[in-house]
Design a protein around this ligand. Structure first.
Ligand code: TRP
Ligand code: SF4
Length: 326
């Protein structure tokens, strides 16, 4: 049996944090053992928010983060969306199989427009975001797409767009399924959604000193003012992190908190040690990779060659299905 094809992308929006690691990257690292995987840096999708000027730095730093946690260019095809004109060609074609209403009704688009009543900041790129995403997926005839819950509306649109195209052009493209993983909810150190824009994220690149400072900043049970006050772990963000990183001591921690036999300081110290130990091998791998910037460029170029073999074939079939290039 040939392996199933799996495609996913990540926008190049800046430093990756623990949310990316737990929600996406650890999953990708496991999936690359069982599927034919295509993972790419989605620069064009990042552009729909803002035209980033330091594309190379952002892309390379993201790819270094991917490799440092175990994505392996020997196992997965790793590349840049922006180096693949095939994605763009298919996207332009699929635009014409996509009723405007579908895009205008997309919840991610509606949320975006709601915050911008004049629509001055709403580009055509923002509107057609899901069409480009469909092209990213369909150009490899992907069976599976690992994504977060927030991407479900895009995946539904993808299937509908592909179905419409196939009705016209014959069954050229493949309707993909999303692969949802159990993503732990990880809040930032201020209890808001973990995000670069709130400056509340613990980054993959966090050094021990700043990691310690960020964990010290974390909000605990607000009712637990003195060490002698019993606490309630279920309302505490530090404990939510223990559920991910200190699983083996969970009961003892909850007990210690409720009986006031451990203090928040100790509780945070354990968490710091665990996260710091987890990050240490990533730091070492990253330091090695950063010494050889040409290697990253080579990985990407190699990935783009491999991706092109598949994408070119699909594009040829798409053109044929539409009667282009006779
Ligand atoms: N929209 C995705 C996100 O923000 C990123 C993305 C772009 C993607 N193209 C894709 C994910 C294709 C999966 C497949 O997370
Ligand atoms: Fe949170 Fe730990 Fe303090 Fe309890 S002891 S409130 S779980 S930090």
């Amino acid at each position: 049996m040939p392996k199933k094809i799996l495609v996913s992308g990540m926008r190049t929006t800046g430093d990756l944090h623990l949310g990316h690691l737990e929600g996406t990257l650890k999953n990708w690292v496991n999936l690359q053992e069982d599927y034919e995987c295509y993972f790419f840096a989605a620069v064009w999708h990042a552009f729909t928010d803002t035209i980033i000027s330091d594309v190379k730095e952002k892309t390379h730093s993201m790819i270094i983060d991917w490799l440092s946690v175990g994505l392996d260019p020997e196992k997965s095809v790793i590349f840049r969306q922006s180096a693949m004109p095939q994605h763009a060609e298919l996207s332009i074609i699929l635009n014409n199989f996509t009723p405007l209403g579908w895009l205008e009704r997309c919840p991610t688009y509606k949320d975006f427009v709601r915050d911008d009543s004049t629509r001055a900041g709403v580009s055509a790129g923002k509107l057609t975001y899901p069409v480009l995403m469909t092209a990213d997926i369909a150009v490899y005839k992907a069976d599976l797409v690992p994504v977060g819950k927030d991407q479900i509306p895009h995946m539904e649109l993808s299937r509908e767009i592909i179905r419409r195209f196939n009705q016209y052009a014959g069954d050229v493209l493949v309707e993909p399924k999303e692969l949802l993983s159990d993503v732990p909810l990880m809040l930032g150190v201020d209890n808001r959604k973990m995000s670069k824009s709130y400056d509340n994220a613990i980054n993959l690149r966090e050094e021990p000193k700043s990691l310690k400072a960020k964990i010290q900043q974390m909000i605990t049970d607000p009712q637990r003012i003195r060490k002698t006050d019993p606490g309630e772990p279920e309302v505490c963000n530090v404990y939510a992190y223990h559920k991910i990183y200190v699983k083996d001591k969970l009961e003892a921690t909850a007990d210690g908190c409720r009986t006031a036999s451990i203090g928040c300081k100790d509780c945070k110290k354990i968490l710091f040690e665990r996260i710091n130990n987890m990050l240490e091998p990533f730091r070492q791998k990253r330091a090695e990779l950063e010494k050889q910037p040409d290697y990253i460029t080579d990985v990407l170029k190699e990935g783009e060659k491999k991706a092109s073999l598949v994408a070119d074939q699909t594009i040829a079939e798409v053109r044929k299905g539409l009667g282009l290039y006779y």
